[in-house]
Design a protein around this ligand. Structure first.
Ligand code: HAM
Length: 512
């Protein structure tokens, strides 16, 4: 037996245990209900994709791509060391098989390396045979070692598999899937939602994890009408209302499009150059790489400087200005309260025009519970037809934290009945009634071992059961059950039909 060893969840990941998991299920089910009422349909996406997909979509200078992605090489598990392989044919057959099966990229470079490797392996094999023969052995050994090293070098430059990344977000994947499955040819706009884990190598803290969960929704199609933006925001806020997340603020902005943003970015860059020496290192770097991100700075000393910078709202082209004005009208029509925030530029490069975020109270610095915006042009960047897009992603971890802290969480998953059975003769009846009650939608706990009544009732109480169903040999003989309400110890004896009728009417009452 190997020695005992304890394991812990990796830093920034965590287990979601019961009863919290019930809250999570309720949260996700509520999203499904609301989103499906708006005619969104679920898309299930892979957890990892080519690194290039995220680099292209999110932008190479963003924090996510530059610092936070979990990336790995898709290398075959068994690329053997050629120094240890003496039989050329076996070794080369193995590599060629990996190439054929697509486990190694079948590139020109790899094919050339493989043919050089074959030659060197043959030389090495011959040298190996000669080592022990006659005089001059040290020289032959040296020759053999040199060839072995050359083989190892050639094997080390074989191109391994592609770079893959655990998804840091899912908008890029949705667009990739849209192109891959020619979804532009389907009727109407594609309205898709997804639920699942995302991965970013951020510094963990309250509300910030390395594996976190998002519920996202995206609309892809031919129209960029602001009505779509407004309906997406309406759906988002209806969902937040449904789950009791109401102490929130919606911030909206327009960051222009390819006609007006480049001029604004240049203006911003030149203004930032003028004040460069008063900015901290990160912002100084961003002047070159991504000046818009300077607006996102939270550093107190930088705030008065940023407040004086030119604002995008004064530099939008006529089309973008009209788009933003119409969006605001549409929000008013829907009674959606919002605040304009000219500094809301978002940390991903794919956005155009509308951007938005929802902030919740009481979460400290990680208080954004949702972020989103328009990304017309992203599908094209990924090889698709010109397509408009808008969407958002809700951070489930933070939203649920906020719901728990404000006490809005509903009671979930009650234990309706605990079957306190005693005696071998009562056991078959206990198994039968447990299955029947469960098939009528009740949650039932059937203890696997017989217990004394007092102990059984004590456990039922600790588990939070509403009723204990007492089933001894007497009850089994008379085909009756004793139902005890644990809150007040009220007790009645019932036949099976009476029992079902009673519990079902109770259940209906508690749902009403
Ligand atoms: P995002 O703003 O990067 O946008 O993430 C959306 C939400 O995910 C954040 O508001 C936050 O609640 C949550 N979140 C992000 N990182 C973490 C983390 N490390 N720990 C816990 N929660 C986190 C996007 O991901 C875009 N794909 C949204 C979008 C969809 N835009 C258009 N469509």
């Amino acid at each position: 037996m190997p020695e005992k060893r304890h394991f812990r969840a990796i830093k920034g990941t965590r287990d979601i245990l019961p009863p919290d998991s019930s809250l999570w299920n309720w949260f996700e089910e509520s999203a499904r209900d609301v989103f499906e009422a708006y005619n969104f349909r679920e898309i299930r996406l892979p957890i990892f994709e080519q690194t290039e997909l995220f680099a292209r979509s999110i932008g190479t200078h963003t924090d996510i791509v530059a610092k936070e992605m979990f990336t790995f090489e898709d290398r075959p598990g068994s690329l053997p060391d050629p120094r240890k392989s003496v039989l050329v044919d076996d070794y080369m057959a193995l590599l060629e098989d990996l190439l054929k099966r697509g486990e190694l990229p079948n590139s020109e470079a790899n094919r050339s390396i493989l043919s050089q490797l074959r030659e060197k392996m043959v030389e090495k094999q011959l040298a190996n045979r000669n080592i022990g023969r006659g005089s001059g052995m040290p020289i032959r050994l040296e020759e053999y070692n040199k060839l072995a090293l050359e083989c190892a070098y050639l094997a080390s430059v074989i191109e391994l598999g592609e770079l893959l990344t655990l998804r840091p977000e899912a908008t890029a994947s949705v667009c990739r899937a849209y192109v891959e499955h020619s979804m532009h040819a389907l009727p109407g706009d594609q309205k898709l939602y997804y639920i699942g884990p995302m991965f970013r190598r951020e510094r963990p803290q309250k509300g910030r994890y390395r594996q976190f969960y998002q519920i996202g929704a995206e609309v892809l199609g031919q129209s960029d009408a602001p009505v779509i933006d407004a309906e997406v925001l309406e759906m988002l806020l209806v969902f937040f209302h449904r789950v009791g997340l109401t102490r929130t603020t919606l911030y909206v902005n327009s960051i222009g499009d390819k006609n007006c943003r480049p001029q604004y970015v240049e203006l911003l860059r030149s203004e930032l150059q003028r004040v460069k020496n008063s900015l901290k290192e990160d912002s100084q770097r961003r002047i070159e790489t991504n000046p818009l991100r300077v607006l996102d700075s939270k550093i107190p000393e930088e705030q008065p400087i940023i407040e004086k910078l030119p604002r995008i709202s004064d530099h939008l082209c006529a089309d973008c200005r009209a788009h933003f004005a119409k969006l605001k009208d549409e929000l008013k029509l829907r009674n959606i309260a919002y605040e304009e925030n000219w500094r809301l530029v978002r940390g991903l490069d794919y956005y155009t025009r509308t951007t938005f975020e929802v902030i919740a109270e009481g979460l400290g610095s990680q208080n954004a519970v949702c972020g989103g915006g328009r990304y017309d042009g992203l599908v094209e960047l990924l090889g698709g037809q010109p397509t408009k897009g808008i969407g958002f992603a809700i951070g489930s971890d933070r939203s649920i934290l906020s719901i728990q802290e404000t006490g809005a969480a509903p009671p979930v998953h009650p234990l309706n009945v605990y079957v306190a059975w005693m005696g071998a003769k009562a056991y078959p009846a206990a198994v039968g009634i447990a299955r029947k009650l469960r098939s009528h939608g009740l949650t039932v706990e059937l203890p696997p071992e017989e217990m004394k009544l007092k102990k059984s009732l004590g456990l039922a109480d600790k588990l939070g059961a509403r009723y204990a169903l007492i089933l001894g040999e007497d009850e089994a003989a008379s085909h009756t059950f004793t139902l005890k309400r644990l809150a007040d110890a009220a007790q009645k004896t019932l036949t099976e039909n009476e029992l079902l009728e009673y519990l079902e009417s109770e259940q209906r009452g508690s749902r009403a």
